[in-house]
Design a protein around this ligand. Structure first.
Ligand SMILES: [Mn+2]
Length: 402
């Protein structure tokens, strides 16, 4: 009985998309597509239109793929964009392979079985058009060129329309970036400031501050009075650089999961971080205050209205569970704690997000790091779709009351 029901389920799950496809096609070529052809296409889609988790080309969660940078007419509400750039990392390289590994490890997120029981919605069968935009091909040879390329790419992607905007989305599409090392957040924030016309609050999950002055690294070299400023572009200074460019909303940004060693012999790194307008939640606090208070503190700082960029360095999770990362630090949160925290933040007004520093060459045999990254991607997409759903509902309820 159960075995018999599976093909039936698959057939019914893909019936709607197949009809939409065939009818859309028929409109475009009314004179060439007859009823027999439509029936044939529907039959093909009924038979072959749905993949297993392990079959098909590897896109994030089996989403449709468009190279969004070269296909400006393909609108989306949420786009997954890979940023396979890792030549600004200070320790272990390899995050250029992050997007591929995260996509591969999202394979069990298939639309017919992606109802998020924690959230009460299936993000892949709701109102939003979600696509895998492919990657930004940034140079691995020249970081100045790569930063320029990534900045241009994010600005270009920011021009894409949202076909099904909710009120909160105000017609704007949103991006979830798969890194890449953490430096990719700088070009993403440049584009967001341009798009929203204001600095953006950042919610930053990380073992590290990433607000270090670049001169705190040995690469800040001066020789014969020549300053090698390009070395300032590094993954541990990404939010210092973004702050210096005026991209980050002052006084409303949060680090969570911190446990880094600090420079020198005192708390100067923390003091400089505070001067840059950041609020810090150390990793250890979760044992004393619990998951819910971590959530409450973050929501207390960020609220539900201000635009927030959410940036997850996968090293926020303990290296015992997520070993494949650029700069591992013992004593991190569990994958379960991270998922619960992200679910607790679904009220945020997310205007963009990234998951960075997944370096697959260092992953374990279950690929636990990339698997965690893929799950966090699913939770972030769930939050974006759910907020849009609730805003659409609020609008409908308001109309009914009139
Ligand atoms: Mn980090």
């Amino acid at each position: 009985m159960y075995l018999l029901s599976i093909p039936t389920l698959l057939a019914s799950a893909c019936l709607l998309p197949s009809l939409a496809y065939a009818h859309g096609h028929a409109h475009a070529h009314a004179d060439t597509l007859d009823a027999d052809k439509i029936a044939y296409l529907e039959q093909l889609h009924a038979k072959w239109g749905t993949d297993w988790s392990f079959s098909g080309i590897s896109t994030f969660a089996h989403l449709p793929h468009f190279k969004c940078l070269t296909q400006p007419d393909e609108d989306f509400d949420i786009g997954i964009i890979g940023a396979p750039f890792d030549t600004a990392v200070s320790y272990r390289p390899g995050a250029r392979f992050g997007p591929r590994s995260i996509r591969a490890n999202s394979a069990r997120q298939i639309s017919f079985r992606s109802f998020n029981a924690r959230a009460g919605i299936n993000p892949y069968t709701s109102w939003a058009r979600i696509v895998d935009c492919g990657d930004i091909p940034a140079s691995p040879f020249d970081n100045a060129l790569a930063l320029h390329q990534m900045s241009e790419a994010y600005i270009e992607l920011g021009k894409r329309n949202a076909p099904n905007p909710s009120d909160g989305y105000r017609g704007k599409s949103r991006l979830l970036s798969l890194g890449g090392d953490h430096s990719i957040a700088l070009p993403a924030l440049r584009a967001l400031k341009e798009r929203y016309g204001q600095p953006i609050s950042v919610l930053h999950f990380d073992a590290h501050l990433d607000t270090w002055h670049p001169a705190k690294y040995p690469s800040a070299w001066i020789d014969d009075d020549v300053e090698f400023a390009q070395s300032y572009f590094n993954h541990g200074s990404v939010f210092w650089l973004a702050g210096a460019e005026g991209l980050i909303a002052n006084g409303s940004s949060v680090h969570a999961g911190l446990r880094t060693r600090l420079s020198g012999g005192d708390w100067a790194d923390y003091e400089e971080d505070t001067q840059q307008g950041w609020y810090r939640i150390p990793a250890d606090d979760i044992d004393d205050i619990g998951v819910q208070t971590v959530i409450d503190r973050i929501m207390g700082k960020l609220g539900t209205e201000r635009p927030v960029y959410l940036s997850i360095d996968i090293d926020v999770i303990d290296p015992g569970m997520a070993p494949a990362t650029g700069t591992p630090e013992p004593g991190g949160w569990t994958t379960r704690e991270m998922i619960r925290i992200i679910r607790g933040l679904e009220g945020l007004n997310l205007v963009g997000a990234d998951i960075v520093e997944v370096s697959p060459p260092y992953d374990d045999r279950v690929e636990g790091t990339a698997l965690a990254a893929a799950q966090l991607g699913y939770e972030l997409i769930t939050s974006m779709v759910k907020r849009g759903l609730e805003e659409k509902k609020d609008k409908t309820d308001a109309k009914d009351e009139l």
